[in-house]
Design a protein around this ligand. Structure first.
Ligand code: ATP
Length: 311
């Protein structure tokens, strides 16, 4: 009996250790994939290997799980034609990032539907969705591993040869600084390796997205404190990344909205204006006001102040 008791105790110990390890693993998984555990995926691949890249939000209502009684999006309709660029602008807290979160399927809307190539996102296989839709944020997640592995993260091993990684890095304006590290692409990043500047991290993230080559891109231009040189290199790399892909960009720069096919102004969870930059200027409504304020050196188009904390 004693022996059995002893075994059970150690089993319990092992069990606890394993559960702890699993818990930690799951948290890392969430961080990597930004996918809450409740979200179930289907098995569809709407367009086979080559997604068309049409994204549609239809009558989307959404409240965050932590505040279920407060609608953050109230009946949003948006269409992104394949290869087109949609810029979201509007006051802070209006719901721009929330729209991007939903397209990435970080959350599902309570009512309404979001489709990729006509297929509702929950019916699409997790792997497929993550290959087709990528987010490039201001604070990319990098891992404590080599530069090469950081760039290859998320791509098929067959598509991640050293040559392909280097090509992606070159297009992302990252090859030059990577080459200057003692071990180049094999250099470790983070605690035990090189420390990267904000702009360098962003270019690694852009190289990662270029290698993954998704049909749909979600970009957050939110102003970060980059020096002019670094900002130019990041923007130039992003421009290259966007070519030919459906892009939803939370825009802060005038050049971005000018080049977008459609600009949508989001305010209090509603699309209050939409059209091209020129059309919206002519309408002389909310958008025209945002642009005027930006030109006068005030808040950005996305509602957040460029230099100050306020808005
Ligand atoms: P900004 O320009 O400041 O980034 P935004 O237009 O992107 O703003 P969202 O970040 O989408 O706006 O926020 C919309 C609303 O949802 C805000 O009222 C915000 O407080 C709320 N919100 C955002 N994220 C969460 C969350 N994780 N849980 C609960 N509420 C949230």
């Amino acid at each position: 009996a004693l022996t059995v008791g002893f075994s059970v105790a150690s089993l319990a110990g092992i069990y606890a250790t394993v559960m702890k390890a699993l818990g930690a693993g799951e948290r890392v998984f969430h961080l990597l994939d930004r996918e809450p555990s409740m979200v179930k995926a289907g098995s569809k691949r709407p367009m086979g290997d080559e997604a068309g890249g049409e994204v549609r939000l239809q009558k989307v209502w959404f409240a965050y799980p932590s505040r279920p009684s407060r609608w953050v999006l109230k009946g949003v309709n948006l269409t992104l034609l394949p290869g087109s660029k949609l810029a979201l602008v509007g006051p802070s807290g209006g719901g721009k990032s929330t729209i991007a979160n939903l397209v990435e399927r970080f959350y599902d809307p309570q009512t309404g539907v979001i489709t990729l190539d006509g297929c509702p996102l929950p019916e699409i296989s997790h792997d497929y969705l993550h290959r087709q839709i990528s987010i490039v944020s201001q604070e990319p997640v990098l891992f404590n591993t080599t530069i090469a592995e950081n760039i290859a993260y998320g791509s098929e091993p067959s598509a991640s040869s050293a040559t392909a990684i280097q090509l992606a890095a070159t297009m992302a304006n990252a090859h030059e600084f990577i080459s200057q590290f003692p071990e180049g692409y094999e250099n470790l990043v983070g605690e035990r390796g090189v420390r990267l500047s904000g702009g360098q991290k962003q270019r690694i993230a852009i190289a990662r997205a270029l290698l993954m080559s998704p049909r749909v891109l979600l970009l957050d231009e939110a102003t970060s404190a980059l020096d002019a040189e670094s900002e130019y290199l990041v923007q130039d790399a992003m421009d290259r990344l966007m070519v030919g892909r459906t892009t939803l960009v939370i825009a802060h720069r005038l050049s971005t909205v000018q080049s977008a096919h459609v600009v949508a102004v989001v305010d209090k969870g509603v699309i209050v204006e939409r059209g091209s930059h020129a059309e919206l200027l002519e309408r002389n409504g909310i958008y025209a006001g945002l642009v005027r304020r930006q030109l006068q050196g005030g808040t950005g188009l996305g509602g957040t102040a460029q230099n100050a904390n306020g808005g």
